[in-house]
Design a protein around this ligand. Sequence first.
Ligand SMILES: Nc1ncnc2c1ncn2[C@@H]1O[C@H](COP(=O)(O)OP(=O)(O)O)[C@@H](O)[C@H]1O
Ligand SMILES: [Mg+2]
Length: 442
Amino acid sequence: MADSPLTWWRRQSLRFRLTVAASAVLAFALAMSASVLLSVLTKTLTDSSDETIRTRAQAVRVMADAGTIPRPLTTDDGTMIQVLDRTGRITHATPGTDRLVPLLDAGHRARALRDGEPRYTRGGLRVIAVAADGGQTVLAARSVREMQKSLHAAGKVLLAGTPVLTIVLAAASWVIIGRTLRPITALRRGATEITHTARSRRLPVPQSRDEVHSLATTLNDMLARLEEAEERQRALVSDAAHELRSPLASIRLQLEVALGHPEGQDWKETAEGVLEDTLRLSRLAEDLLALARLDERGGVPARREPVELHEVVRRTAERHPMVAVTACEPALVRGDELDLGRVLTNLLDNAVRHAASRVEVALTADGTLTVTDDGPGIPPEDRERVFNRFTRLDEGRGRDQGGAGLGLAIVRETVLAHGGTVRLEDADPGLRAVVRLPVLGR
Ligand SMILES: Nc1ncnc2c1ncn2[C@@H]1O[C@H](COP(=O)(O)OP(=O)(O)O)[C@@H](O)[C@H]1O
Ligand SMILES: [Mg+2]
């Protein structure tokens, strides 16, 4: 099946295409300059020859006007001169010039006298006619053969030189472009190795500080980020599996014990235990799902709608009998209502779980939301760490206590996605979580 020329062209290597394109442009430029050179040369040579015959003719005209034309009339540069009287008869001529037939016949002479321009004539001559007083005409001429010979020679040199120069330049381009593309080939090889062999490889970075260098470093940065993301993903999977194991083991144990000794078994108690573990599992699944969604969106909220934060606070706080709302000023933020609700729920869950007697929630109009409890608090050195995924401080707690250590991670990532900040403070006694969100209309 025959390809169209365009398809064929696109299929060629970059090196080939660049070389061909560069050579084509070069060949065109060279041909153009050769032709310009030739025409300028022709014009210059003609002009200078015209200038000579004009000067000679004028000089003889002055002598003719004064009646002092020498005999014999001579020139030292090979210019032929004829002086004609009013009848057209030749009165003077330089040696070697026709003494009987004028260089221009009467008709041409008249025209040449009128426009004063030099013209070509038979025998490869360039002739100018100048009128002298008393009806005389001075004709001055030079052969253009020599000039044409030089022009032919120059033309031949250019005609042969242009293709040779083009070929030389094309070869040079081929070599230079090959050199330039070599680091790209190295990049490609490096990429092949990365896909085929171990991960954690980097692409070869060329020494030169050029575009290929920055491409290589950018790609390496990207590889590093991908590796980091993959690493995080792997850690998440293994942490999640780890978290799944204990409730599943607990369910299995309870069921095995119950089935192993069915007599005298309190099935209700077993069912309650299993239910508790199941709830723990489903909470974990919810949290993992929330984190997966946050990762998927890459730092932006799912929705960007105006949310009445005070309404969210009122509704969420109502569900916890221990929680007192000390301030609830209207605050409008942009984002996802469900996600923002989860932020408050997670903070309240922690506070209620740790509080001794009381949890306070306050929202001010500048978008600052605080959740304060009077529990044991968190030591300053751990207040940043607890925001990491799967980080729990009270490892030894009972199994009905809290979750898998994802609550604060979800809080931080959601708040960041909404353009806000969250930190933990000492409430003396207890802990205060401070969330700041950018409010609308301020
Ligand atoms: N209000 C609080 N008072 C004391 N410690 C807290 C409080 N909130 C969170 N923490 C600590 O931070 C850890 C991480 O919290 P979180 O991410 O919500 O995970 P989880 O609630 O699943 O344990 C908790 O395990 C707990 O040790
Ligand atoms: Mg929690």
